[in-house]
Design a protein. Structure first.
Length: 494
């Protein structure tokens, strides 16, 4: 069975375009994300100017990350229980309540620093619910062969987060804090309008609940049990998490690295270039679909990312950063889109929300860790060690230089080497190759090599065919994990 031509354009077995409904939702969320990113940056600047405290600034950053991690298990349950379009609309409007509250405090001249933290936590939690619901919906919106393109396109929203400082500075200077908050509210309502008005395939946002009744405790631990029962999938998520940890540390340190040898104007230009790198990478992924086979392709892009990270350390040069930073960031949507596609294709539809939520928890947990350790490691270990006359400065310093910022540069060199080691592990990890082979075999059996079958029509079948590890045990958090021997037997047919 093939999907309708107005949903998926198929030519010679290859899907040529993403559904218009998905593009409508994506564009609305891209605009909304821009408003939210600008507000987040401006609030950080406001808190720092009011308090002069780096600690309070860091606490605001944590307030924007930790709530998303904490609410993710519940968001996964909701995504598997309720209409996901409604869930996304409610999440967006809830985030809008936080922004509207801030605007009211500004207009009445009652805004205080302490009020920003809980309202930031509210908007962060709402954004997490929206993200999980949207990621859980994608496999039902597009055919299998087009899923990687859709995942790549959705990652372009990260570009506006990186470019936000440049946009925020201009907005703050032109309209002030109240103008920024009004813009954020306007972009939120635009995103909701696009989400509500988008024409999506019937049933694509409804949860694929198979009628199984499980306890609240099992619901909350379902994603963890699912990964425990499916070792190849768990290994892929570990790769995803490890790369996110590297990216988190690099993201925290990039601005101090640049400011160690140039000024804020150049920083703004370089941040804009970095955002453009992610945006271009997302568009490339959306039109290309990513490397095939995916696991060897991911290993190659990890090599590219590792070399680009290490190259940050070569010299204190704005030109160098302007080349290697966009190159590194361009690879992120391709890596993330490829990994998320395999995760979605591997996961049973009725478990999608809870598994995606667990993946999000693991991936985002690296961010607060990066925030907490990157600064102290740079300030107390690498920066002093890279001064003239110190042990690292007298060795590595002969290659990358010594002085201010060279300790951070040395950390980038370490991050690059770690990414190259991760690439080598991915290229040789048998479980990952088995996972991709099983997914490809199942998709070929379900809808042909092109995966052109309608995902909505196929959603009720489940994914427990022969050749895939038994993951029904994931419904029971006390069930034992599948053994290596069982996995070998079950995957041999793939």
């Amino acid at each position: 069975m093939t999907s309708e031509p107005d949903q998926h354009e198929v030519s010679r077995g290859r899907i040529r375009a993403l559904p218009l409904g998905l593009l409508t939702v994506w564009f609305g969320q891209l605009v909304s994300s821009a408003g939210s990113a600008i507000t987040a940056f401006v609030l950080g600047v406001w808190v720092f100017e009011q308090t002069g405290s780096t600690t309070q600034f860091a606490m605001l950053m944590l307030s924007a990350v930790v709530p998303g991690i904490l609410i993710s298990p519940f968001a996964g349950i909701w995504a598997d229980r309720y209409n996901r379009r409604v869930l996304m609309v409610v999440a967006d409007l809830t985030g809008g309540v936080g922004t509207a509250s801030l605007l009211t405090l500004v207009l009445t001249d009652h805004l205080a620093t302490w009020q920003i933290y809980p309202l930031t936590m509210l908007t962060a939690a709402a954004a997490a619910v929206h993200g999980i619901a949207f990621s859980s919906t994608l496999p039902a919106l597009v055919a299998a062969a087009n899923l990687s393109k859709a995942n790549g396109l959705t990652q372009t929203t990260q570009a506006v987060q990186i470019a936000a400082p440049v946009l925020a500075a201009a907005m703050l200077a032109a309209f002030g804090l109240r103008g920024v908050l009004i813009l954020d509210l306007a972009t939120m309502f635009f995103g909701v309008f696009m989400l509500v008005s988008a024409r999506l395939p019937p049933g694509s946002t409804s949860p694929a609940n198979n009628g199984t009744k499980i306890t609240v405790r099992s619901d909350l631990t379902h994603g963890w049990a699912y990964l425990r029962a499916d070792r190849p999938l768990r290994d892929l998520v570990l790769v995803f998490t490890a790369f996110n940890a590297v990216f988190a540390v690099a993201g925290v340190l990039v601005q101090p690295l640049i400011l160690s040898f140039t000024g804020t104007e150049t920083l703004g230009v370089l941040m804009l270039l970095g955002g453009a790198g992610i945006f271009v990478g997302g568009l490339v992924m959306a039109t290309w679909g990513g490397p095939v086979p995916r696991i060897p392709g991911m290993a190659k892009f990890l090599v590219l990312g590792g070399l680009a990270l290490a190259a940050h350390a070569l010299a204190p040069s704005a030109l160098l950063i302007g080349i290697v930073a966009p190159l590194f960031l361009c690879a992120i949507p391709i890596l993330g889109g490829s990994a998320m596609t395999l995760i979605q294709q591997r996961t049973k539809p009725e478990s999608m929300g809870r598994v995606i939520a667990t993946v999000r928890i693991l991936a985002q947990a690296a961010m607060p860790v990066g925030y907490l350790i990157a600064g102290p490691v740079a300030d107390r270990i690498f920066e002093p060690a890279m001064q003239p006359g110190h042990w690292l400065g007298d060795t590595l310093g002969k290659v990358i230089g010594t002085g201010e910022g060279r300790g951070i540069a040395a950390i980038y060199l370490v991050l690059g080497l770690l990414t190259l080691l991760l690439a080598a592990r991915v290229a040789t990890w048998r479980n990952l190759r088995l996972l991709e082979a099983e997914v490809d075999a199942r998709l070929a059996q379900a809808g042909g090599p092109a995966g052109a079958e309608s995902p909505v029509a196929d959603r009720g079948r489940g994914t427990g065919e022969a050749g895939e590890p038994e993951v029904a045990a994931a419904l029971d958090p006390d069930a034992p994990a599948a053994s290596d021997a069982a996995l070998d037997v079950e995957t041999r047919g793939a």
